[in-house]
Ligand binder design. Sequence first.
Ligand code: NAI
Length: 339
Amino acid sequence: PHLQMEEGLGSGFGRANCRAKGGSPGFKVAILGASGGIGQPLAMLMKMNPLVSVLHLYDVVNTPGVTADISHMDTAAVVRGFVGQQQLEDALTGMDLLIIPAGVPRKPGMTRDDLFNINAGIVRTLCEGIAKCCPKAIVNLISNPVNSTVPIAAEVFKKAGTYDPNRLLGVTMLDVVRANTFVAEVLGLDPRYVDVPVVGGHAGITILPLLSQQVKPSCSFTPKEVDYLTDRIQNGGTEVVEAKAGSGSATLSMAYAAVKFADACLRGLRGDAGIVECAYVASQVTELPFFASKVRLGRNGIEEIYPLGPLNEYERAGLEKAKKELAASIQKGISFIKN
Ligand code: NAI
């Protein structure tokens, strides 16, 4: 029923048995929303990931073209395309990891919350499919508003009786990527050597960079630098939305961040030790049911959630403000499914 774009099979001349077998385990990954601004570069980068053996590209439009295009890359992952709701189940069956950038992006003047009505419905539909076809898969949710879509996904999975909080992760990696970049700029460092924890959520003031914990190398900032950096990290998304002037939000840096995060999840699934990244997850780190903080990834998804560590006064004040907004966004997501 779906497009078979496996190397060789498409033409009928492939010698399936001749495919070189590498030593590393291959994981099956699906991208839902694969034809979009994030989806396309994300598909390209995942096709380049040696941990991926099968890559499913699902969207409601345009996956035949994206799949044909990506499938010509001479990397090991086998690519298959699926288009439209009636092919969702085939797209999901057997997957180890799902990456979800399906949904509408912001335009200038919009907040992430303005996307709620459209994206909430899309996330619900996709998660109903996941509960039915691959309830054990790790879910990386990118669709905004992440602060609400993760609680929506959790409620859908609870309703279906498949909820495993360790397998549902809201992707906040772009906030970390931005924080590393902007901090490196201020300090005159190579961003590869910068590692800023970003906690809270993924919208405006709920994005809390813990600049006091930037440890590689240890350094300190002036109050002016802290204000500048916090504001730029919290509004990095809006910076891109305005520069794109109506054509969408961050797609290329987001695809990069999504792949960085998905790769960490896959290395965790493989059993690598010490894989720690920030993500928005079901949490007991604060009194809120969902919160972004550092998590350790392993064979079962999240294996440990780390506490926030010591915060300075500036960060404690930011945390209080963030929690208020976050609580409302979480409640909005839960109510969308419950009512
Ligand atoms: P886009 O509009 O370019 O692409 C979205 C894709 O989703 C389209 O191809 C569309 O056909 C597809 N889609 C719509 N309904 C679908 C359904 N029911 N099933 C499967 N696919 C469906 O948008 P873009 O720029 O790729 O952004 C996608 C989402 O990612 C937005 O919600 C955006 O706000 C969010 N985002 C999240 C970030 C984060 O840090 N978590 C950063 C940037 C964007």
